[in-house]
Ligand binder design. Structure first.
Ligand code: S0N
Length: 289
């Protein structure tokens, strides 16, 4: 196997900071791309709040994920939190109001739900790189990522039942898929925290590594993915999400079928005939069994 593929290089990445597309600096996140490799890294940068997010944080995350999606040199995206104490501690409770979370506006938002959908639909793998706490809405964020690489100091859990909130969307349905319906009830009803090894046993994370090896291991996973077929990965991601995402999931998968079909002579015959104002001739294309 290694004769064909070789080991992926175990080396640090060289990161280049990317600015906000609007010309402003990001304040709540750090957005970086690796030089010479197809890796983007998005870091929630509010360590003094255990990387709790406010609506503005989510807006920045959405912009960065949009950029990473559109950049055809990027093949895999890491989502992480600044420092070693937390990946993300969920919504900023100090800003929670009667209609969501409010920071610079007079009304509240739950725009993290838009970010969750964006990560699910993004046709490139998103890897959660978790050190410290991934709790509340931060735990849901790691669950909607495609893979999770956890440091041995990682702690996972939902706090909703304790702090008077809940995520009855992906936070419930995807969790139930990941850990099973009984364990999902345990996580939500009891609001317990689980260490990295417990989380690994529950199927919440892919691998646990010593904290000091967290980024190196995550980069190794990224590089292994980047060696593989982007189209295969794109279709597989949409296929793995399709049932759970219902019509939207099928649409994503179906869009990939169209994308691939457009590259065939058969599809091109239809378009060419239309442009040439003639009847299309599909007779030469096989009706495969
Ligand atoms: C993360 C915890 C366990 C860390 O404990 P530790 O290490 O002892 O540190 P602390 O001293 O507690 O914290 C350090 C400083 O950081 C602040 N801080 C931490 N977390 C938050 C937070 N989420 N919001 C605001 N501030 C936070 C502390 O206050 C402290 O500040 P100082 O130093 O000034 O005192 C521990 O901190 C903890 O348990 N945190 C709270 C975790 C939590 O309950 N999170 C929110 C859960 N809910 C959601 O995330 C919902 C998300 C959401 O948007 C949503 C989505 C879908 C549907 C509904 C909702 C919804 O909100 O309703």
């Amino acid at each position: 196997y290694h004769h064909i593929h070789g080991e992926v290089p175990m080396k640090e990445a060289s990161w280049r900071v990317v600015c906000d597309g609007t010309g402003k600096e990001f304040t709540d996140i750090i957005y970086e791309k690796s030089v010479g490799e197809g890796i983007a890294k998005i870091t929630i940068n509010r360590p003094e709040r255990r990387n709790a997010f406010r609506p503005h944080t989510i807006k920045e995350l959405i912009r960065a994920f949009d950029d990473a999606r559109d950049d055809s040199t990027v093949g895999v995206i890491i989502l992480t939190g600044k420092g070693t104490k937390a990946f993300c501690s969920g919504g900023d409770q100090a800003l929670r109001s009667s209609d969501g979370y409010a920071d610079f506006e007079s009304f509240g938002r739950l725009n993290v739900l838009d970010l969750q959908v964006q990560i699910r639909r993004l046709p490139k793998p998103v890897i959660a790189m978790v050190a410290g706490y991934a709790v509340g809405g931060g735990h849901v964020l790691h669950m909607v990522c495609d893979l999770t690489v956890a440091a041995d100091n990682a702690v996972f859990g939902q706090t909703g039942a304790k702090v008077g909130s809940f995520d009855a969307g992906y936070g419930s349905s995807i969790m139930s898929r990941l850990v099973g319906p009984k364990k999902a009830r345990e996580m939500w009803f009891l609001s317990r925290f689980y260490n990295a090894y417990e989380a690994e046993k529950m199927g919440l994370v892919n691998v646990v590594v010593p904290l000091e090896k967290l980024e190196m291991e995550t980069l190794k996973w990224c590089r292994e993915i980047l060696r593989n077929s982007p189209t295969a990965i794109r279709v597989l991601k949409s296929a793995l999400n399709a049932v759970d995402d219902g019509h939207a999931g099928l649409q994503e998968l179906g869009g990939n079928a169209t994308l691939i079909f457009y590259g065939t002579k058969e599809a091109n015959e239809g378009k060419t005939a239309y442009m040439e104002r003639r009847r299309p001739d599909f007779s030469k294309f096989p009706r495969r069994p």
